[in-house]
Design a protein around this ligand. Structure first.
Ligand SMILES: CCCCCCCCCC/C=C\CCCCCCCC(=O)SCCNC(=O)CCNC(=O)[C@H](O)C(C)(C)COP(=O)(O)OP(=O)(O)OC[C@H]1O[C@@H](n2cnc3c(N)ncnc32)[C@H](O)[C@@H]1OP(=O)(O)O
Ligand SMILES: Cc1cc2nc3c(=O)[nH]c(=O)nc-3n(C[C@H](O)[C@H](O)[C@H](O)COP(=O)(O)OP(=O)(O)OC[C@H]3O[C@@H](n4cnc5c(N)ncnc54)[C@H](O)[C@@H]3O)c2cc1C
Length: 667
């Protein structure tokens, strides 16, 4: 989408493309309809001055937050006035491109009520939430505990005399801390608290607690609530009001406990349903699956900026060619950049698959079939962990790939990083989530002789074969076979998991031994997730990819798989499945892939279809007119509002004219 001055500095690059760009755009959008909606919403946001992102990094927190409230309100008004569908509304939010309270309201508060509320409760709360007559947040984490949900301290004590729960924050560490939207916007909080009836602690349950007046938005009596403070980076996640919350014996009606999984009767009896308690984590599973496709979007933004800029930027040259070389011509630039480009494509493919995985598990849960829940939990937790870690590091790598100019906010990369990096922590710390995957792998292996593993763990059923047969690659092109690649990833993952499982099985089974082995457990979880990513990318490729783009996707798929193999060569070698020579052959193949990507690189990032407005980057502009816009941008800097800087009279002039320190100087 061209919105520059008409001059296309990247036209030569685009002319080299060897695939059907339009077909790729539609594929990446997830279909023709999604593509059209996306295009329409991108334009709608770009053309509406209220949604302008200009100056975001320069605004003071108060102004930034107020402007974010303005945008969220305007987005909601636009959705209602234009009668946008849910898909259109979500896309509109996507292009508005800043974290805000509505994310938690729609993304966690509502899904949690749907998953954990009875029909009656859904009937009461959802209509209010859908029309935003109430604004909700997800208040789980406390000052003292985040990962360890069972360690939360807030209490909800049932008082049968009044048929109410008394919500209380007994310690400083029990203060709710971090929930987005809680600080300033929410009227209601979905509070995770210890349920206590008749002095008995039943563990963590969810409660809807009103926290602000629906009349004037003031905190309700005995509720202390506010924003936790400025966060990392300029702009970034500072548009969100992450908050704190304390209750001092606040009473809420008994019906405000979400009772699909457990009930408290009027006379204070606690009754568990026969559904697994893990359903209480449903909102987290929902958000984690969505985070994978989000990772692809964030990474593709950074890669778009770095690829376009690398094609514009010239440094040095060689005696064989006239002029300076585009930095994208350098092998080192390619070997850092092209694997990230391939990764963004891989995550898109896997994100599509995760959507269907989630839809399937939801259908099963509705039919009271809980059999696939552990695998879905392991998948969503593991892939959330890997994709967010790689994406955050990838954005930073793209910044470095843009040299000095990448460090300027005008590149769009610092703000992108600041907005994205908390994804490694929220919705589950990435190490904690990998340990969940490891526990799943250990359990699967311990039962493998009795229960045949299914889905993404099915390969563990072939553990004997995978542990004994080694890689048969003898020439470079032997690697150009998806079955060979898949087997390598399966064997490496199966062997890593089996090795740590065996070590644990030989021990006493103590928690200390488990802790001692957690680094290896995390590595084996990572290996399992990398296998899922490679295998799902291959699977997506083989199921109905249009002819005009298949070749390029194949190249990207091999690029992704080879770079994973090489980056983790130590693990592959340690399992004994591959030899050093086989890794060296894969390295050569990877270079051939880079040669195939090179003429298509700019078109491959164009296919993500990010508009200039959405990218917000002088370096990543569609027209490649980088230098003019960097230069123009400097004049928007507030320090340049006056030619002579504010502070000259007080602080610069004395230095320059009075030689105040000269008599004492030893120079
Ligand atoms: C303008 C209008 C339109 C606008 C529209 C906007 C729409 C935008 C949408 C955007 C969407 C979302 C944006 C959200 C932004 C994100 C904000 C971030 C929010 C948060 O961070 S919320 C807090 C998240 N907290 C965590 O993730 C905590 C991490 N900890 C845990 O998950 C758990 O505590 C634990 C580590 C899993 C341990 O739990 P516990 O001690 O209870 O459990 P055990 O280890 O004993 O395991 C028990 C058993 O349960 C299994 N299990 C654990 N978790 C799950 C799960 N999630 N699902 C299923 N099963 C689970 C575990 O494997 C064990 O099984 P086993 O007994 O071994 O078989
Ligand atoms: C921007 C942002 C938004 C958020 N939004 C919300 C929200 O809307 N609602 C909400 O409820 N929460 C929210 N959170 C909180 C978030 O979910 C938690 O911060 C997250 O789950 C991590 O928990 P923690 O902070 O307790 O980390 P900790 O668990 O204290 O982790 C600290 C370190 O200890 C390590 N560690 C901890 N336990 C173990 C272990 N058993 N084994 C090995 N290593 C371990 C971790 O890997 C990490 O390196 C948000 C957080 C952020 C940053």
């Amino acid at each position: 989408m061209q919105d520059g001055n008409g001059l296309d500095h990247l036209a030569g690059e685009r002319a080299m493309a060897q695939f059907d760009l339009q077909a790729m755009k539609v594929y990446l959008a997830g279909g023709q309809r999604e593509y059209e909606i996306s295009t329409k919403m991108a334009q709608l946001v770009a053309n509406d001055p209220v949604f302008s992102k200009e100056d975001r990094v320069r605004l003071a927190r108060k102004d930034l937050y107020k402007n974010s409230l303005r945008k969220a309100g305007h987005a909601w008004k636009t959705i209602l006035e234009k009668g946008l569908s849910e898909v259109e509304g979500l896309k509109l939010r996507h292009f508005v491109d800043e974290p805000t309270y509505t994310d938690l309201h729609w993304g966690m508060f509502i899904p949690a009520i749907k998953g954990q509320g009875t029909e009656e409760q859904q009937h009461k709360w959802l209509p209010l939430a859908y029309k935003m007559a109430i604004i909700g947040c997800y208040a789980q984490t406390e000052l003292g505990h985040g990962s360890n949900v069972q360690g939360l301290e807030t209490t909800a004590t049932f008082d049968p005399t009044t048929d109410e729960f008394i919500m209380h924050s007994p310690t400083v560490t029990s203060t709710k801390w971090w929930p987005g939207g809680l600080g300033k916007a929410s009227t209601h909080a979905l509070v995770y608290a210890r349920l206590i009836t008749d002095k008995k602690d039943h563990g963590i349950h969810a409660f809807i607690a009103p926290i602000r007046s629906l009349e004037d938005h003031t905190p309700l009596p005995n509720v202390t609530v506010g924003d936790i403070g400025v966060k990392f980076g300029n702009g970034g996640y500072n548009t969100m009001d992450n908050g704190f919350l304390r209750f001092d014996h606040v009473r809420i009606p008994r019906e405000n406990m979400l009772m699909r999984l457990a009930t408290v009767t009027k006379d204070g009896k606690y009754v568990r349903s026969n559904k697994p308690r893990q359903l209480g984590y449903g909102a987290m599973v929902f958000v984690r699956q969505g985070i994978v496709i989000d990772a692809s979007i964030y990474l593709s933004r950074a890669v778009t900026i770095a690829v376009r800029y690398s094609a514009v930027r010239r440094q040095f040259g060689n005696k064989d060619e006239p002029g300076e070389l585009q930095v994208i011509q350098y092998r080192t630039q390619q070997s850092r950049l092209f694997p990230l480009l391939a990764t963004a494509y891989a995550y898109r493919a896997v994100g599509f698959w995760m959507k269907s995985l989630y839809a399937d598990v939801m259908k099963r849960l509705n039919d009271n079939d809980f059999s696939t829940l552990p695998e879905v939990h392991a998948c969503t937790a593991g892939l959330k962990s890997i994709t967010t870690s790689v994406t955050a590091d990838g954005i930073e790598e793209c910044r470095k790939l843009c040299g000095g100019h990448g460090f300027l906010c005008a590149s769009g990369l610092p703000e992108l990083y600041a907005a994205y990096v908390p994804a490694c922590t929220y919705e589950g710390d990435n190490t904690i989530l990998l340990l969940q995957v490891a526990r799943f792998l250990l359990k699967t292996l311990s039962q493998v002789s009795k229960v045949r593993p299914v889905g993404t763990a099915a390969y563990l059923g072939n553990i004997k074969q995978l542990s004994t047969q080694n890689c048969k690659v003898s020439q470079g092109h032997d690697w150009l076979n998806t079955s060979v690649l898949l087997e390598a990833f399966e064997a490496r993952s199966a062997r890593q998991a089996a090795a740590v499982a065996l070590r644990l099985a030989k021990g006493s089974g103590s928690e200390a031994e488990f802790q001692e082995n957690t680094p290896e457990l995390v590595e084996s979880a990572r290996a399992h997730c990398q296998l899922i990513l490679v295998s799902k990318f291959i699977e997506q490729l083989q199921t109905g990819t249009p002819e005009g783009i298949r070749k390029q996707l194949e190249v990207l798929c091999y690029t992704y798989a080879f770079s994973q193999l090489i980056d983790n060569a130590g693990d592959f070698l340690a399992t004994g499945y591959v030899t050093g020579n086989q890794i060296a052959l894969a390295k050569e193949e990877l270079k051939h892939m880079f040669d195939k990507i090179r003429p298509n690189a700019v078109a491959l990032v164009d296919a993500f279809d990010h508009t200039d407005d959405y990218l917000g980057s002088a370096l990543g502009r569609y027209d490649g007119d980088v230098y003019t816009h960097l230069y123009k941008g400097a004049f928007k800097e507030s320090l340049n509002d006056t030619v002579v800087v504010d502070g000259y009279e007080e602080y610069l002039k004395p230095v320059l004219t009075q030689n105040l320190w000269a008599p004492h100087s030893k120079l």
